[in-house]
Design a binder for this molecule. Sequence first.
Ligand code: TYD
Length: 213
Amino acid sequence: MASQGLFITFEGMDGSGKTTQMHRLAARLRGLGRTVLETAEPGGTPIGTKIRRILLDSANQELCASAELLLYFASRAQNVDEWIAPALQRGEVVLADRFTDSSLVYQGYGRGLGAENVLALDRIACRGLKPNVTILVDIGAETSLARAHARNAAEPHCETRMDEQSVEFHQRVYEAYHALAEREPERVKVVDGRASFDEIERAVWAVVGAYVR
Ligand code: TYD
C-alpha cells in the first residue's frame, strides 16, 4: 500500500503509559504544524468501537481465542480502510495506540495461536501497510498487572477481560515484545516506561524527531 505520510505506532503492556505519550507526541507534532490523526485499537472508527465492546467486556468469558484474534483484525481492517490509509495518502501523520504487533504478542504468543496465523490476517487487513516506526514503552508484566488493577479499582468499568488473564499470559506477552524489538531493531524502539512522563516524552522525541525534521 503506497503512502506519503508517517505512520507511528505505540506498543507496550497494559498500564505502560503509552496512551499519555501518544497524546503528548500528537500535541508536539501539531505545534510544528503537522496534521495528526490519533487512533487506538481495538476501536478507532465507530464500527471498531462496537467491536471493542465485545472484545474487552469481562462478561464475554466464553470468547474463543480464534474469534478474539479475528475480531481484533476486523477492528484493524476497518481502521486501515476508513481512517489510516486515507490519512497517510493525504500525507498526514498517523499515531496508533496499538496495531498488529499487539496481535502478534497477545494472540500469537500470549494465546499461542502462532505468528504465521497473525501475519496471514495482517496481509488481509493491512495489505502491506507497516508502521514506519514503533515505540515500545517498556514495563514488566508485574508492574503492568499492578497498574491495570489499580486503574480498574479507581475507575470501575467492564473493559477488563484482558487484564484478568493470568500472570503467565502477561509474562509471555512481555517476552514476545522483547523478542520483536530484537528481531526488528530498525523499526521497534524501546523506551523505559519506568521513567517519569517527561523523561519518557524526551526519549520518544529522540526517536521520532529524526523522522519529522
Ligand atoms: P485498552 O483498554 O485499549 O488497553 P491499553 O490502554 O493497555 O492499550 O485494551 C486493549 C487490550 O486489548 C489490551 O489488554 C491489549 C489487548 N489487545 C490484544 O490482545 N490484541 C490486539 O491486537 C490489540 C490491539 C489489543
